[in-house]
Design a protein around this ligand. Structure first.
Ligand code: 2HA
Ligand code: ZN
Length: 265
């Protein structure tokens, strides 16, 4: 596989590792924080190993994802290592034809690595995206400090209140993340339950904010998905900067927000 990596796989691996590096540089990926997955279509995979690695069970059958391949970050992997050594930290997995298990097709052959601990959430989200928003193939989870901090303030743990802050702090947020975030009340990480709650949050949003934990964002490619995270973080930073200076930020007015909504790009 290493020798025969298709051009697409080279490009997608390059984009994922670039984004991983930015997440680390922005301070949103301490230790092994965060994880990334990308759904690949058959035609994007011109080559992969012929051997049939063991089938590992999935906690719940994923019929919609049967036969799909995913590029996923390995569990216990640092984003800064994904940036430096993508072929040693990313796994290619294939969901079995009946959707009950998956095989690991490691780019470098036999591996002890296993997919991200948040794989249940990633798979739940990809099930929803494949059915309802198939152009969105990328899911990124990261610990955006500014956004987590918002959810440490009880009165802000409310979707409407959060989005009024986020959309009001910068015109670009209104333009590029018009639906804001879906709010996911605190739930145990790594669980199918948080995956299902995130799916509900993402049905009408490109990003779901986990209370006291971090963000899940979806997009068509790794760069677009990173942009969503970056834009939301900008808004949260502006809000905290005003508050730290002792001022209540004014926010954009309803009129200004409506005017922005009409802009075409
Ligand atoms: O992958 O971020 O939520 C480590 C995490 C778990
Ligand atoms: Zn996390």
């Amino acid at each position: 596989m290493d020798r025969e990596l298709s051009l697409f796989m080279k490009n997608i691996t390059g984009d994922v590792s670039a984004v991983a590096g930015w997440l680390w540089q922005r301070g949103w990926a301490e230790r092994n924080a965060g994880n990334i997955s990308v759904r690949l279509t058959e035609d994007e995979l011109t080559s992969f190993p012929d051997e049939q690695p063991v089938l590992l069970p999935l906690p719940k059958r994923c019929e919609i994802l049967a036969g799909f391949h995913f590029l996923v970050t390995a569990t216990n992997t640092r984003m800064r290592d994904v940036a430096a050594r993508p072929l040693e930290t990313l796994l290619l997995i294939r969901i079995s034809d009946d959707g009950t298990g998956y095989q690991i097709l490691s780019p470098t052959g036999e591996t002890a690595l296993r997919p991200t601990s948040e794989m249940p959430a990633h798979l739940c989200i990809h099930e929803m995206l494949t059915a309802k928003r198939p152009s969105h193939k990328v899911v990124i989870h990261t610990h955006v400090t500014e956004l987590i901090a918002l959810t440490q303030i009880r009165e802000l743990c409310d979707e409407q209140r959060l989005n009024s802050i986020l959309l009001g702090m910068h015109p670009e947020t209104r333009i590029f993340v018009p639906d804001g975030v879906g709010f996911v009340p605190y739930t145990l990480p790594g669980s199918r339950a948080i995956g299902e709650a995130t799916v509900r949050a993402l049905e009408n949003h490109s990003a779901g904010l986990w209370e006291k934990h971090g963000l899940f964002a979806t997009g068509r490619d790794p760069m677009e998905t990173f942009d969503i995270i970056d834009v939301l973080a900008k808004s949260a930073s502006v809000w905290f900067m005003c508050r730290s200076a002792g001022y209540e930020p004014e926010g954009l007015t309803e009129e200004q927000l409506d005017e922005l909504a009409k802009l075409k790009f």
